[in-house]
Design a protein around this ligand. Structure first.
Ligand SMILES: N[C@@H](CCC(=O)N[C@@H](CS)C(=O)NCC(=O)O)C(=O)O
Length: 248
């Protein structure tokens, strides 16, 4: 099989690109990445060729009639689970572990994992609008009531998943697609929470630290901090400080 190509946007800003990239990395899929500049004419040829919605991420592989195109992050997650990895994305457990297929706790976890992924994919609009991912920045916003309600819902999800788990645990113990889908939220909290006096539960802070320390998320952040382009559409609040190349 030809190595898949993942087309992604600017790493500082593109939260959906981060999710698709992290899914491929975390579930051991060998791939090449093709960065594009969001909202920039230079991206038009590659988007016209591969992206039916004009958005990223898009995963493509194969040629001519054999070409596979997967757009939209939820579809990319499902496609990876079905065709590209030996690990079940919803439990983090090897597909060859036959016990995992029959264990009722795995079924419960899988259902919960898929549900919160779908909830993230279709909801949390206030967080998305008011707290755009901006990895390099610390910024102060005035969160709306709806935004605070989104954060409260996220803290409830984290608390339910992490109850009775050891420190440094992922949401279901093993790393799953749910950790991937919530990774950009954690990076948003890193940018805005303290600066905006948003109080987080100790368990939320602990989980944020666990995800921020994850080697693949560290690698994405490191690349994001090398970027210099400022995209006004994706900036929010009063920037208090910057890290990375733009800070110098
Ligand atoms: N529902 C899509 C959302 C994709 C999306 O909004 N991507 C943004 C970057 S994070 C984008 O391509 N924006 C450019 C545009 O809207 O023109 C998914 O899950 O992948």
């Amino acid at each position: 099989m030809q190595k898949p190509l993942l087309i992604i946007g600017n790493k500082n800003y593109s939260s959906w690109s981060l999710r698709a990239w992290l899914l491929l990395k975390a579930f051991n899929v060998d791939f090449d990445e093709q960065p594009i500049e969001l909202f920039h004419p230079s991206a038009t040829p590659i988007l016209n060729e591969h992206a039916p919605t004009g958005k990223v991420p898009v995963l493509v592989y194969g040629e001519g009639d054999e070409k596979v195109t997967v757009w939209d992050t939820l579809a990319i997650a499902m496609h990876i689970n079905e065709y590209l990895t030996d690990i079940n994305l919803w439990t983090g457990i090897s597909k060859s572990d036959t016990n995992a297929q029959t264990d009722n706790q795995d079924r419960i976890n899988s259902a919960y994992c898929q549900s919160i992924i779908a909830e993230m994919h279709s909801g949390f609009m206030s967080i998305r609008n008011e707290m755009p991912m901006n990895i390099r920045a610390t910024a102060k916003i005035q969160p709306s009531t709806a935004c605070l309600a989104d954060i409260a819902r996220i803290e409830t999800i984290f608390a339910e998943c992490l109850k009775d788990r050891p420190e440094d645990s992922f949401l279901f113990g093993a790393f799953t697609a749910a950790d991937v889908f919530f990774a950009p939220v954690v990076l948003r909290l890193q940018t805005y929470a303290d600066a905006s006096n948003i109080t987080l539960q100790p368990l939320t802070k602990q989980y944020c630290q666990t995800l921020v320390n994850h080697p693949h998320i560290q690698a994405w952040q490191k690349s994001a901090l090398q970027e210099t382009r400022i995209i006004e559409e994706d900036e929010a609040g009063e920037i208090l400080s910057l890290v990375g190349v733009l800070a110098n």
